[in-house]
Design a protein. Structure first.
Length: 499
């Protein structure tokens, strides 16, 4: 499982100061203030780690996600997330705000935040789906200035919807079910899933498919271009089935009322993972036989391979900035290990790993080409530490925060153009908490401690949480909310097939 304006001159000046990255001395890495975003009284909080890149932090420093209350989930057969009632949140300037739920509902989640602070996500509405016994209905929602709007369902009928992304003009995209039975449902409960577009003037619109029964819209840019995935036909795909989509699937770009197939490298699976404001798309596509998986960049109507120079047969591009710089991972010979990678103007850079680790995966890149992701030993996501790559060097983010910090940082999700970072970490009991990192200036205590040698690096998990994993069980309806690595979807470790 898935916001704000400044006032006049004083606020404008403040923004101008914050928008300029801290200038680092030679060989120095950014130091950070850590904000544990906490919970609403329950054990855990989250930011969205969907199958593709997700913007959980904007350039104003606002974060969205969801946090547990102390109340047990009233639907234990279909827990919303981790079997506690959870509410969407917005955090800005050190203050976390409970965004609430639809009337009658119990749980909600904020999945995406636009550049101007609009938040898209999902909320229960207190109703039970008449087509799925005991299942609490979910509704795509939009939060604006703290107010929640139910985006409804498709005009053709259906009882479920989920908002994945929103742009600065209030265009929301996501998925919704109809009432046509479908054993291969992307939603997971036996009914067709359709990609939707919503705006205030037109309501919810079914975007169609690429020829198959199901589709979902995952990304939208400020030009209104929409990217997602669709079944192309009813031909089974064993490769796609490993990540929960049993049929041949492709990536689409929707604009000017038309859905366009982005093409493939000849295999049965193509997925898009990010879209920038220039209309460029990245993702992955398999070759004939589905034994090789390439990362791609789609631009100007052409699908281009992002070459893997590390010697493996599998790669995935996960995030893209507006200059066309992509990051993700690439396999080493034998495809048993993967390294975080960066692609720029036809060249590829191996970002390496944190010392002693075998694998790493990059999740976000900003305008300054700072990259964040996770490094791990063993490979996969069961035991990870967050990394920052800048100035050509990868460093454990835990070594750049005060030694007495309350969290161990495991999985950063978004780095904004101010160098702030939002993601997930573990408390001393192994509970997952959302965090925000704010770059320090030379006058900040963390910077001074580092210069004096008193900020001891935290380069491996404290013994109390050694081997712990973020305790999300995942909603049965949205298993794809586990971080994608291979296809980039629905997995916590890399399967033997190399996904």
């Amino acid at each position: 499982m898935k916001s704000s304006t400044l006032l006049l001159i004083a606020a404008t000046l403040l923004f101008a100061v914050l928008a300029n990255p801290i200038q680092l001395p030679a060989q120095e890495h950014t130091r950070y203030k850590l904000i544990d975003l906490g919970t609403f009284g329950g054990p855990q909080s989250y930011v969205n780690e969907l199958a593709y890149y997700t913007a959980v932090l904007n350039n104003q420093g606002t974060v969205t996600g969801w946090a547990d209350t102390p109340v047990s989930d009233p639907y234990p057969s279909y827990c919303f997330w981790d079997c506690f009632v959870s509410h969407a949140f917005q955090s800005w300037n050190g203050t976390i705000t409970n965004l609430g739920v639809l009337p009658g509902g119990w749980s909600s989640a904020g999945d995406w935040i636009s550049a101007n602070g609009l938040i898209a996500g999902v909320s229960q509405n207190g109703e039970i789906d008449p087509l799925v016994s005991g299942f609490p209905e979910l509704r795509a929602v939009l939060w604006q200035d703290g107010q929640i709007t139910d985006l409804g369902t498709l005009p053709t009928g259906g009882y479920e919807s989920w908002a994945n992304a929103v742009n600065s003009h209030g265009v929301v995209v996501g998925l919704a079910t109809n009432t046509t039975p479908d054993s291969n449902s992307m939603f997971g409960f036996g009914y067709q899933t359709r990609a939707f577009r919503w705006d205030e003037n037109h309501g919810m619109e079914d975007l169609g498919t690429l020829g198959g029964s199901d589709a979902e819209a995952n990304l939208v840019n400020d030009a209104g271009q929409i990217v997602g995935e669709s079944y192309i036909n009813s031909t089974p795909s064993a490769y796609c089935a490993q990540v929960g989509l049993p049929l041949t699937s492709g990536a689409f770009l929707w604009e000017h009322g038309q859905m366009k197939n982005l093409g493939s490298f000849g295999g049965t699976c193509t997925f898009a993972t990010d879209l920038n404001n220039r209309g460029e798309v990245i993702g992955l596509s398999t070759l004939p036989g589905d034994q090789i998986q390439h990362a791609f960049l789609w631009k100007n109507g052409s699908l281009n391979e992002l070459h893997n120079r590390l010697g493996g047969h599998k790669a995935n591009a996960i995030a893209l900035n507006d200059a066309g710089v992509a990051v993700g991972w690439a396999g080493l010979p034998g495809d048993q290990a993967q390294h975080a990678s960066l692609w720029k103007k036809g060249s590829m850079t191996d970002l390496g790993t944190v010392d002693g680790d075998i694998c790493s995966y990059a999740f976000s890149v900003n305008a300054s080409e700072q990259v964040v992701g996770s490094s791990s030993l063993p490979c996969g996501l069961s035991q990870t530490r967050a990394f920052l790559w800048e100035n050509g060097i990868m460093v454990d983010l835990n070594s750049l925060i005060p030694a007495d910090s309350t969290l161990y940082l495991t999985s950063p999700e978004t780095i904004n153009d101010r160098g702030e970072i939002a993601g997930m970490g573990l408390d001393p009991y192994g509970n997952g908490h959302a965090f925000l990192l704010i770059p320090c200036g030379p006058d900040d205590g963390a910077w001074q401690d580092a210069a004096a040698g008193t900020a001891a690096p935290r380069v491996s998990p404290p013994p109390a949480i050694q081997g712990a994993t973020i305790g999300k069980q995942g909603s049965p309806v949205r298993p794809l909310n586990q971080r994608r690595l291979g296809f980039g979807r629905r997995i916590g470790t890399l399967p033997q097939a190399g996904l």
